[in-house]
Write a new protein. Sequence first.
Lengths: 523, 309
Amino acid sequence: MIYIERWKVILIAAVCALGVLYAAPNVLPKPVVAWVQANMPGIVPNQTVNLGLDLRGGSHLLLEVATDAVIDERLQGLVDQTRTELRGAKVGYTDLGLDKGVVHLKLTDATQADKAHDTLRDMDHDLVVGVKGVDVTLSMTEEKIAERRRAAVDQSIEIIRRRIDETGTREPSIQRQGDNRILVQLPGVDNPEHIKNLIGQTAKLTFRLVDETASISEAAQGRVAPGTELLPSAEENGRPLVVQKRIMVSGDTLVDAQPSFQNGEPVVSFKFDAVGGRRFGEATRQNVGHLFAIILDNKIISAPVIREPILGGSGVISGHFTTQSAQDLALLLRAGALPAPIKILEERTVGPGLGADSIKAGATSSLVGLALVVVFFIIAYGLFGIFAVIALMFNIALMFAILSVLQATLTLPGIAGIVLTIATALDANVLVFEHIREELRRGRSPLPSIDAGYNRALSAIIDANMTTLIAGILLYIFGSGPVKGFAVTLSIGIITSIFSAVMVTRLIVIWWLRVTKPKALPI
Amino acid sequence: MFLKPIHFVPPDTKIDFVAKRWVAFSVTIVLLIITGLSVATRGLNFGIDFKGGILIEAKAPQAVDVAALRSQMSGLKLGEVEIQQFGAPDDVLIRIQRQEGDEAAQMTAVDHVRAALGTNYDYRRVEVVGPTVGHELLQAGVLATVLAMLAISAYVALRFEWQFGLAALIATLHDVLTTVGFYSVLHLDFNLTAVAALLTLAGYSINDTVVVFDRIRETLRRHKAVDLRSVINDSVNQTLSRTVMTAGTTLLALLPLVFMGGSTLINFSGALAWGIFVGSYSSIYVAAALLLYMPPLRRLEKAPAVAKA
């Protein structure tokens, strides 16, 4: 026991050295670290601890994609498709409708069941077609639904990323969370209102014809001609209009949109791709003299009169914009429409002032705590206390090294986790030292006392820390945000504390024994 | 030697803990009754993490006039608004109840408040939690605490004997409950960080209990004939120095956080400091004392008969 194999000594020393090396960038001046990052190979430690938004300031937004809307839209599309296909195949039916995710209809002639089945089956091979007498049902498979939901979230992430990138926010982090949630973290953003506004819009742009014959007052009472609908204006006091449901051209065929000015008014100019341009040209050519509504998220931005066919594939949207709103609309059109509406479930924003204060408060209180503990420990255990404190310094270095290498996020509760780790690390030493004291009181000589002290304390150290580790892991799994950060530092801390208390302190004690060969232990 | 170590607990300490257990049991019962009464009557001051709602910490352009701010806020018709001045005279904490309706309603409310306060305010922290997330966070928090306690007790039962696991579970439950009581009595914000405090404290409390149990196990192995009362007494006395040292170091490390850690950490570290007291106490008077009332431990048995749980 008093003898430690050479390879173990080397290993322990190497781990400590690496710990110090990898923790170093956290205390070196920033320019030095930046220089190392720029000029040295990647193997040289250059990463610092990643500070959480509560420390560096920034905004955290939790979004939910209404994936149900995507599925509903698809099912509604199936109803329309069924109608056309069955009509084309000359299959008679009644009561076509949608109920709880299933399209259903009744055949007028039971002998056409097979024909109906084949026709519907050919629409999309992923559909489940059920025929029972004259009752026909049509539904999507669970896998297809899940796939569409997943795709909708992936696409939303992509589009949100584009929108946020366009605002010039630096280092945004946009991650999927769970099935249909997206976590957006925006360091340095202290008023996310603008970004929330940009994220919250679906930005679905359509061009449709206005039904100029319809009466608005009748439409307001719910009486609209089939194939048309009443839509409100995007402006506060704007007039609602009855428009065709049929979409002449939609925003997904846009290739570019830019804010510009026309007669001194802010406008948005846009450009279609070839297909969109052709459709737009055709629609405008056939409807010269009519009103053409430009609709964003089911609100009418404007409805100008088509004076002449627009064949160049580009145009201008005007509609009482401010410079800012023209810029925003152009940005949204460039980034594309979200596949489904998005809800903001949670916002947590920390201003730069509080972040800096928190770092200062956290750092000061940890340092004061550390100083108190060190003094207390040295008073209680004397020289052995100093040994434990040296090991503790390596422990702290190791923690910061691991946090830096893993690029784990350090939060304010995480700092509390570090403080608690200091206590845990010292507890392991307390257990050992108390056992040594006991052995000495029983009249054993120094060497066997130390030996027995470490051996007897080990089971308690392991058991006691395993239980805390269990709590830490569960906290990581169920916690969120800052609490997760706490769990990370606590768990890493437990592992480094066992190492530092059991290995490092022991190594120091053994070296001291070899050098001084004491007759009695100052403990 | 230049450094003379100090024994904070004299080596020959022999306190008859077991004999005084009735005093301790009364204390425990009183603590639990206070907790029960307080939670039943005052309830818990759930923070917005669990209830949903809005929290704004801001620095006003001048010293805060709480009354004026309150009337300004009530003009916005956002329901219950709590305004609290803390720290410097221009620091203010505004808590707004969860708005009727869904998430969008919360976001609109926050925009209204920002507009009403104007740009002279420096927003240090804005938190908006919608009803869905609040509910989920509460569920996850309770689940994490319950699972952690069960997992830890199972570990202790495996490493020791089932009686130890059960005793540890009850002792930890005692600590968690009385800390919930601590939050309730002092009306502290019960939020996500409070759950973190509860879990950490569960870890600390069990840590302490395990050390006492470890010693009881060791003593049992050495002296098979001694009766359980004196085994417990000896073990607690022998580990007392360690209990005091560890509780002392942890408290010393935590206290600066209580006083200097700022508004987000004060509840957390305060509750932990309390937890360290009850955690050390419960290891002796709940966990160890309970062993006296359990079916006999195997190593004390004349004939092995105890069924394994």
